[in-house]
Design a protein around this ligand. Structure first.
Ligand code: C5P
Length: 226
């Protein structure tokens, strides 16, 4: 079967991971979570006590990082740095705070985009992030912008955090998501925007499965046109 790439962008906690993972499983594609790549760079920067205002050092750190992604049935995408499995450490609050700053550094982005394009080169990839449709894979056959209201995204994120043992309030999570979205959409390099040719999906009133069904229909249509 011919394999095509699917690109998904959207704000934090908009359901990209759940949808991309499910879609990849159903279609036998490989899910690549690019947010985890920026999180891994941020984790290493914190480990090394890196000055987060020093773009050049952050760029060097990103370039030298022994970063590996592996498809996984549970999380969908496991992340290793120097063979250490960081997957379960990368959603900690201190990473959430620094990641937009690290991800705004052009030297870091240049290296991550290079790695992402290499991963997508083989085809058959579902790649999710903020600039996948606009910058990383502008020629992807299927492109989506997965959105949801801030209230709904906050509800989902609170549920995830509570189930992993974190004590949080609705208001604090809402404020953090809004701040991260603001930073991601207002940076000068590759801000989060909807690509003009990406299909907009509002997930407020759609389940992950319903969204995946829309995407599978598009995928089958696209395959018949290749
Ligand atoms: O998707 P996730 O919320 O894990 O992404 C974490 C952060 O990584 C985002 O808030 C953003 O700052 C950065 N990111 C990015 N470009 C991507 C994916 C993520 O700048 N393609």
């Amino acid at each position: 079967m011919k394999k095509i790439n699917v690109a998904i962008d959207g704000p934090a906690a908009g359901g990209k991971t759940t949808v991309a993972r499910l879609l990849a499983t159903k279609l036998g594609l490989i899910y690549v979570d690019t947010g985890m790549m920026y999180r891994a760079v941020s984790w290493q920067a914190l480990q090394d006590n890196c000055n987060l205002d020093d773009a050049e050092s952050l760029g060097k750190l990103a370039e030298g990082l022994d970063l590996r992604l592996e498809a996984d049935a549970g999380s969908g995408c496991r992340v290793y740095v120097s063979s250490k499995d960081l997957t379960d450490l990368l959603h900690e609050p201190e990473i959430n705070v620094v990641v937009p700053k690290v991800a705004a550094v052009s030297l870091v982005r240049r290296d991550m985009v290079r790695r992402q394009r290499e991963l997508a080169d083989q085809g058959g990839i579902v790649m999710a992030g903020r600039d996948i449709c606009t910058v990383v894979l502008p020629d992807a056959r299927l492109k989506y912008y997965l959105d949801a209201s801030l209230e709904e995204r906050t509800r989902r994120r609170v549920k995830d955090l509570e189930s992993s043992g974190h004590k949080v309030t609705f208001e604090e999570v809402k404020e953090q998501l809004a701040k991260r979205d603001y930073d991601d959409s207002h940076r000068s390099d590759s801000p989060l925007i909807q690509a003009p040719d990406a299909k907009y999906i509002d997930s407020d009133n759609l389940s992950a499965l319903e969204i995946v069904e829309i995407m599978i229909q598009d995928y089958q249509q696209a395959l018949s046109e290749v």
